[in-house]
Write a protein that binds this ligand. Structure first.
Ligand code: PPE
Length: 304
C-alpha cells in the first residue's frame, strides 16, 4: 500500500505516520468496531465518491446495532471523507472509514472506552487483479459457514466478525482458489468473503436474499437498479451450490471487487468458462455509472 499525506482522525487531518493508537484500545482486543469501504472514481468533473451517504448511513447504523458510541453524524463523516480525498489530491481511491473504541476500559464491557473515528484513503487497483476483472476468477465453496444472525449481526460491517471472512479466504487461497463462497447455516449460498454473488440462467438473474446472511451490499443494490432499468429480471431467492454449477454466468459485486466475473466454482467451469454477456453488460453499466458517464445515475456521485 502506497501511503498518502493525511488521514482524518477525530475531526482533523493528521499525517499518515501519526495516525496511531494505544495498544490497550478496546477494539483491538474485542473487535468492537465498524468500518466501511467506499470508492472514488476519476470523472470529467474531478473525483466522485460513489454513494457516499449510503455508506456512511450503513456505518453509523451498524455502530448503533452493536451499541458502539459515535461522536460524529453520518453527514459529518461524509464531509470528512470528501476532505480526505481532496486534501490528498487523489483522483481515484479506496476510502476506509473506521469507528472504534480506544482506551479507558478493559474487559468486555466497552462502557468508558473512548469512541474514535478515522477515515483513510489510498490508491487501490482491481481487488482481484486485472486478470480477475477481465477474465474471471476461480472460487471454492468454503467449509466455514457465514456468521448467523443468532450469534452476530451479519448485516453490519463490524470488525470482529470479519474473522469469518478471513478464515474462508485463507482456506480458499490455500486450496488454490482466488476467492471463497460461504454457505449459510441452512446450506444455501450467502456470499463471497467480501462480495455479494449473482448468477444468471436463461437470461434471468438470481441473488441470495438479505436474510441469507449476506451483507446487503451497496454495489448489489446499484447493480439491481442498473440491470432492472436495462430490462433484466432479477430474483432474490435461496441458491444452492448446484444452482451455481448449472448457471450460465456468475459474478461478484462489492466496492472493492466492483463487478468481478466468476469463471469456475469448485473446479467446474461456469457456462463457457469465460465471462458471459450479462456479466460484461453489468461491468460496463457499473463502470459507466461510477465514472459519471450515465446521466440517470449522477445522483449516486458526490464530488470531493
Ligand atoms: N459482503 C461482504 C462480506 C463484504 O465485506 C462486502 C464489501 C460486500 C458483501 C459488498 O458490499 P458493498 O461494498 O456495499 O457492495 N467488502 C468490503 C471489504 C473488502 C476488504 O477486503 O476489506 C469492500 O468491498 O470494500
Amino acid at each position: 500500500m502506497e501511503p498518502v499525506k493525511y488521514i482524518w482522525m477525530d475531526g482533523e487531518l493528521v499525517d499518515w505516520d501519526k495516525a496511531t493508537l494505544h495498544v490497550l484500545s478496546h477494539t483491538l482486543h474485542y473487535g468492537t468496531g465498524v468500518f466501511e469501504g467506499i470508492r472514488a472514481y476519476e470523472t470529467e468533473q474531478g473525483p466522485a465518491i460513489f454513494r457516499l451517504d449510503d455508506h456512511m448511513r450503513r456505518l453509523v447504523r451498524g455502530a448503533a446495532a452493536y451499541n458502539i458510541p459515535v461522536n460524529f453524524s453520518a453527514e459529518d463523516l461524509s464531509k470528512a471523507a470528501r476532505e480526505v480525498v481532496s486534501s490528498n489530491g487523489l483522483e481515484s481511491c479506496y476510502i476506509r472509514p473506521l469507528l472504534f473504541l480506544g482506551t479507558g476500559s478493559m474487559g468486555l464491557n466497552p462502557v468508558g472506552a473512548q469512541p474514535h473515528a478515522m477515515i483513510a484513503a489510498w490508491r487501490w487497483g482491481k481487488y482481484l487483479g486485472d486478470a480477475g476483472f477481465n477474465e474471471g476468477i476461480t472460487v471454492g465453496v468454503s467449509s466455514w459457514r457465514r456468521i448467523h444472525q443468532s450469534s452476530l449481526i451479519p448485516d453490519a460491517k463490524a470488525t470482529g466478525p470479519y474473522l469469518n471472512s478471513v478464515l474462508a479466504l485463507l482456506e480458499a487461497n490455500a486450496a488454490g482458489f482466488d476467492e471463497a463462497i460461504l454457505l449459510n447455516m441452512e446450506g444455501y449460498i450467502a456470499e463471497g468473503s467480501g462480495e455479494n454473488l449473482f448468477a444468471a440462467s436463461d437470461g434471468i438473474l438470481y441473488t441470495p436474499p438479505s436474510h441469507s446472511g449476506a451483507l446487503t451490499g451497496i454495489t448489489r443494490d446499484s447493480v439491481f437498479r442498473l440491470l432492472t432499468d436495462d430490462g433484466y429480471e432479477i430474483r432474490e431467492t435461496n441458491l444452492s451450490r448446484s444452482d451455481i454449477y448449472y448457471a450460465d454466468e456468475a459474478f461478484f459485486t462489492g466496492t472493492a471487487a466492483e463487478v468481478t466475473p466468476i469463471r469456475e466454482i469448485d473446479r467446474r467451469a461456469i457456462g463457457t468458462g469465460q465471462p458471459g454477456p450479462i456479466t460484461r453488460r453489468t461491468q460496463e453499466l457499473f463502470m459507466d455509472a461510477v465514472t459519471g458517464k450515465l446521466d440517470a445515475y449522477r445522483d449516486w456521485l458526490d464530488y470531493a
